[in-house]
Design a protein around this ligand. Structure first.
Ligand code: GRF
Length: 206
């Protein structure tokens, strides 16, 4: 009988480019996320480049188009697919659709999201542009648990960068993205370790 622990199975949800998904996949391939595997990559958009990338690198993937469908109905299909693939941890990686309360209740403290700002500043769309226009001197990204409010759940980790006088919004987007690619794998490793406790909203490492 094997004494090895069962791997933690990720379900990646995306809608677009998929660079965060690919960074996670690369961490796994490079042995930097031991005991973690990608069970399924799901997109709600058929043309998402991230799904083409999943196919190319030979990972299980599926498209469940959400356009024109009631949220709860579409989310029920997502849940069924994630269950079928025995997903333990859902990772939103540029998933551009709000999740229903039913979906969130199905995976309590088991859904992560990455957001390209230092939350609670600049939730919502175009966070980097919001931060740039506001004139912040420090920017960054946040990986957090997902609750029923947008970009709101308990923070697992943040990575920061200085905003340089020479930056334009595009440069800032690129430099934050490089931090995102490090942050997401790090957050997954922390959650996978189970070595933390929640004190209210506070994620605290043991
Ligand atoms: C990232 O900036 C992420 O923080 C935000 O959506 C973008 C997705 O980019 N939630 P990608 O599809 O992972 O390249």
């Amino acid at each position: 009988m094997s004494t090895e622990a069962r791997p933690l199975r990720l379900g990646i949800l995306l809608s677009g480019r998929g660079s965060n998904f690919l960074a996670i996949a690369e961490s796994i391939r490079g042995g930097r996320l031991p005991g973690v595997e990608i069970a399924i990559v799901l997109s709600n958009v058929a043309e998402a480049a991230g799904i083409a990338a999943a196919e190319q690198i030979g990972l299980p993937h599926a498209v469940l188009v959400s356009k024109g469908r009631p949220r709860a109905e579409h989310d029920a299909d997502l849940i069924a697919c994630l269950r079928e693939h025995r997903v333990d941890l859902v990772c939103l990686a540029g998933y551009m659709r709000l999740l229903s309360p039913g979906f969130i209740a199905t995976f309590p403290n088991r859904i992560l999201n990455i957001h390209p700002s230092l939350l609670p500043a600049f939730p919502g769309l175009d966070a980097q542009q919001q931060a740039f226009s506001y004139g912040v001197k420090v920017a960054g990204c946040t990986v957090h648990f997902v609750d029923e409010h947008l970009d709101h759940g308990a923070i697992i980790l943040q990575r920061t960068i200085p905003v340089l006088d020479s930056d334009d919004a595009h440069a800032l987007v690129e430099r934050i993205l490089a931090e995102e690619h490090i942050a997401y794998s790090e957050a997954i490793a922390r959650v996978a370790s189970g070595d933390y406790e929640m004190q209210g909203r506070r994620y605290v490492r043991r």
